[in-house]
Design a protein around this ligand. Structure first.
Ligand code: ADP
Length: 500
């Protein structure tokens, strides 16, 4: 060792180092506080020795590792430290380097960069704003508290016929028709005391004024804007001249249509009334002579005025049969047109459907018997329907007479009546010629007869089923059929049961 006093040498060396050295014992009390430590942290050796470390820090777990920490030195001075630790036999040694200058330079750089970024973002935002302003299909202006125009877009220039310079800084009343300018200024003052966002068109009918003095209808929406340099209002102005015009055109068209429609309706009503009158007249004019024809044919057939030869008898028989057919046809046409005109009032009452059926069977039984067709019924329980006696009879008569008519000799007809969900369900089945599936819907149309199948089956009118369907539906029921050519048909209809 070249030194006489190594302790002194080390002490001198320690104090000359640019960093602070602090030694702590196991209890954490300061045993060594170099001059460097005093210089960096402020506390003198006398103030530090024998006390706990005056810094509020957590020592790193591992030694010989750099840790950058921020501490408060004496009198609260902020210091950035580079801290390294090492072990010694009685505890830990801390090596402290003051990096405050470097850290604050770094911070300053960072701040500078952030400010630059903000400025750039702002510039970008402003440019975007300008672009949006110009891209908007509406006129946009910004007005300050006193009503001076601060910003405007190109649409505004075009809409009002001014150049930008002519408007900037001018009172917004320049864009308002003269007769409402004073009113507008008052409204504007009122708006400041209660600034709310007001949507387009929520106000009254508003007008703008062009530089040439002409005015045009506008829709305006207002929104208050609070910015750093005060309070402003953004107004979005839409020229609604075209819309107004098309609205007016539409209204005129609508009016025209309505009056035309009314005229048509009146014409239709008139035609309907004429049709009803015509039919009522027909009924009288056609039926009266027909009754005469039938009556005289019957008189002749009785031979009270002298005997007829066989040919004459045949002729009279033809006259009688065809006249009867014509009468039936006229009656059914009248009936259907009355139902269709809604002029049939059902006289509803509680009807024992079984009893009505018996009634119908007694008049149709002979037709069946003539063709050796047995008519059976199956009614497990008596049912009371809410119906018009005459019309329910008519429904049953139509279906049963069809069943007999379209069933060859020796066939069978069956009537079944059951109750289903508040309805009486009546089915009339036969073992007759049947109906092809393609005809199942059209069979309920007026004058529809199934082509070849009816030939030789006696004359019909093609109105029985349409009338039957209308009558069933008038009662609130439904009618449908299941049928196959050669196998027979099954017509089913429903009538509401009397509520218990
Ligand atoms: P009409 O019986 O007077 O011709 P409808 O309207 O009662 O008129 O019937 C229309 C057509 O439906 C009949 O011409 C016939 O072709 C067919 N049709 C009706 N009922 C039956 C049935 N039970 N079996 C076979 N065909 C039928």
């Amino acid at each position: 060792m070249p030194f006489e006093n190594p302790g002194k040498f080390l002490e001198t060396l320690l104090d000359a180092l640019p960093f602070g050295i602090v030694a702590l014992d196991h209890a954490g009390l300061v045993q060594l506080w170099s001059f460097g430590a005093q210089r960096i942290l402020g506390w003198t050796e006398e103030e530090a020795i024998g006390r706990p470390l005056p810094l509020d820090i957590r020592l790193p777990d591992r030694n010989h590792e750099d840790a950058e920490i921020h501490v408060l030195g004496r009198e609260g001075r902020a210091i950035d430290l580079d801290l390294r630790t090492a072990h010694w036999e009685k505890g830990r040694i801390l090596i402290l380097t003051d990096v405050s200058q470097r850290v604050s330079a770094e911070r300053e750089m960072q701040g500078l960069r952030e400010r630059e970024l903000t400025a750039r973002t702002q510039m970008h935002a402003e440019r975007r704003f300008r672009e949006l302003l110009e891209a908007a299909p509406d006129g946009i202006i910004e007005v300050d508290r006193e009503g001076h125009i601060l910003t405007l877009n190109m649409v505004t220039e075009k809409m009002f016929g001014y150049r930008r310079e002519e408007l900037l800084g001018q009172p917004v009343e320049l864009l308002v028709p003269e007769d409402v300018r004073r009113q507008h200024a008052g409204h504007r003052a009122g708006y400041w005391s209660h600034p709310v966002t007001r949507p387009m068109g929520s106000g009254l009918a508003l007008y703008g004024r062009r530089k040439n003095g002409s005015s045009f209808p506008v829709e305006i929406s207002l929104s208050p804007v609070i910015s750093d340099d005060g309070f402003r209002v953004t107004a979005i102005i839409r020229d609604i001249t075209e819309r107004k015009q098309s609205e007016e055109r539409l209204q005129a068209l609508q009016k025209q249509y309505t009056s035309e429609l009314e005229l048509r309706n009146r014409e239709i009503e008139q035609a309907n009334r004429l049709k009803s009158e015509f039919l009522a007249n027909m009924s009288h004019e056609l039926r009266t002579p027909l009754h005469t024809v039938i009556g005289f044919a019957e008189l002749l057939a009785e031979e009270t005025k002298g005997p007829l030869n066989p040919s004459q008898k045949r002729f009279i028989d033809h006259i009688h049969k065809d006249a009867q057919h014509l009468l039936a046809l006229i009656n059914e046409i009248l009936d259907l047109s009355k139902i269709e005109a809604g002029r049939v009032q059902l006289q509803r009452e509680a009807l024992d459907i079984g009893a009505v059926l018996e009634d119908v069977l007694s008049s149709i039984g002979s037709q069946g018997a003539a063709k050796s067709i047995g008519i059976e019924t199956n009614i497990p329980a008596p049912l009371s329907v809410n119906g018009d006696h005459m019309r329910v009879k008519q429904i049953l008569y139509n279906l049963l007479s069809n069943a007999v008519k379209f069933t060859p000799e020796g066939g069978r007809v069956l009537v079944e009546i059951i109750g289903v969900d508040g309805f009486a369900q009546v089915s009339v089945s036969d073992t007759g010629i049947g109906i092809p599936a393609a005809e199942h819907n059209s069979i309920f149309d007026k004058f529809h007869q199934v082509g070849a199948t009816t030939i030789g089956m006696g004359e019909g009118t093609g109105l029985g089923l349409p009338i039957t369907k209308r009558l069933v539906e008038e009662h609130g029921g439904r009618i449908w059929l299941i049928s196959e050519p050669g196998k027979g048909s099954r017509f089913t209809f429903t009538l509401p049961l009397v509520a218990k």
